[in-house]
Ligand binder design. Sequence first.
Ligand SMILES: Cc1cc2nc3c(=O)[nH]c(=O)nc-3n(C[C@H](O)[C@H](O)[C@H](O)COP(=O)(O)O)c2cc1C
Length: 175
Amino acid sequence: MSEVSKTAPTPSPTEADLALFRRAVGRFATGICVVSTVWDGLDHAMTANAFTSVSLDPPLVLVCVEQEARFHDAIVSCGRWGVSVLDATARGTSAWLATQGRPLHGQLDRVPHTRGEVTGAALVDQAVAWLECSTHDLVTAGDHTIVVGRVLASRLGSDDHGALLYYRSAYRTLD
Ligand SMILES: Cc1cc2nc3c(=O)[nH]c(=O)nc-3n(C[C@H](O)[C@H](O)[C@H](O)COP(=O)(O)O)c2cc1C
């Protein structure tokens, strides 16, 4: 590698580069979850697909949260949170909890949920699995924060419904 290329600053991506990047990563099929926490006595919840398991020992997961999302301050401040891995019937819930500017007060009124025994976070009923976590690490990464969670409790839902997926910017289901 030449001296010039070692020291040259990384060029800023163009709009076209970013559009292509979004389309390319959108071809990585994912599940969808709702991450939730209680902060200042108020339920906060957000749809997320930038979620993955990280480690078995100790059990760790991560979710990437946009710093501009209202959920960001809530999860960073609270430190205890839940993950509901959505089932195939939860398309409406996913769309609702991804709607920017929706009222925070009462946002879960029409979303059936149960309180996590460990964290008190609202866990969405339309799910195939639930996790409860405490924050293990926070890593700033561009305009998102990678929130690494230590899993405190795991629970499985029924096998009646398949999973809700996201692929090429559209919902799909896996039965
Ligand atoms: C399928 C899907 C997946 C999403 N995944 C994420 C994600 O992983 N991280 C994130 O910060 N936002 C994600 N979003 C966007 C948030 O759900 C959206 O910005 C939401 O309105 C944030 O709510 P809040 O402002 O109340 O925090 C996703 C949206 C959709 C539709």
